[in-house]
Design a protein around this ligand. Sequence first.
Ligand code: ATP
Length: 369
Amino acid sequence: MQIKVSGLRKHFASEGKIIKALDDVDLVIPDNTIFTLLGPSGCGKTTLLRCIVGLETPDAGEIRIGDEVVFSSEKNIYLPTEKRKLGMVFQTYAIWPHMNVFDNVAYPLQTRKVPKEEIRKRVAKTLAFVQLEGFEGRPATKLSGGQQQRVALARALVAEPGVILFDEPLSNLDAKLREETRKELKTFLSELKITAVYVTHDRLEALALSDTIAVMRAGSIMETGGPKKIYFGAESRFVADFIGRSNLIPAVVRDADGAGSGDEAGETIIDSKIGRLACKKAEFPAGAEVTLCLRPEFIRPRRVAPEMQGKNCVRGVVESLLFVGDSYEGEIRVGESLLLARIDPDADFNEKDEVFFQVEPQQCLLVAK
Ligand code: ATP
């Protein structure tokens, strides 16, 4: 089911101040999509989710789930949570410790007075789906964290909702289990063909899980797009910086419409603190002050200067190297700038070594200052 949010506003009054948790948010969450609301703490993600669920009443705007208007300030419509046909999975698993797995999963059907035999069948089907067949009689307290999370998922799915909402569901799991559960969840959700709205402040989780990510800041949606678009093609400095580690380097546009090479579209030429560079074409006029966003994984230092007529070739000095297992996190000094680089673990560099690196224009992203 598609979710459409229009002009949604929610302000809170706290200690004499007004907090704009949601500031006229417009958003379309397409059918059958894993859609993530990503943003720093306090940006309004949970408030938006709670408004969609019906746990929070917005001050203004409209929310539509499928064909149904579930909230409208103008038309005075407010549909209670239980009538919105949603499934929910929260940060604390919220499974009942005094119940066994069967009763936890059956609960939403029991409250809807579904016949017993039907409940048995649907619980069995859902438990098989989350790979917990045979766990029916197990007390909830005798499950691992990952299993508890799957019980919570089964309970959210058992009533076959058109939309499922997740609020930081993996944040209580340790790092390894979190990674595994993330993978499982992605598989489950893709198989289900369901609309999933997922709230997190963890950018890796958002990149790995989502079809579409909406990045929020201070009650507004900053940008929406697929993980690669958001990671490689962010339109603002805030999003580029929030979605992944990046080197943000001040620059001025020298030539707004550089020729580019071969079949490539034109390039934007900049003068930056690390030298003159050809960048991915951007809509900034000559003379504009911009920020160059260069991801650490695109900085691959070498001992000898690359050829290619020195285009986009930068010279620097290794300032520090930190071994982190699958790579070195290196800091490369280029003039006044200190750039973060991800270096292969078998690279043979030492601190104070002179190095060179060459960046592809398409990897040099320009965003507003
Ligand atoms: P987090 O990742 O920390 O959960 P979030 O992005 O989900 O953050 P929200 O919980 O939606 O953020 O909160 C948005 C803003 O609204 C915050 O500044 C928060 O302090 C404020 N807020 C939320 N609920 C209330 C409330 N009931 N009363 C007053 N202020 C609130």
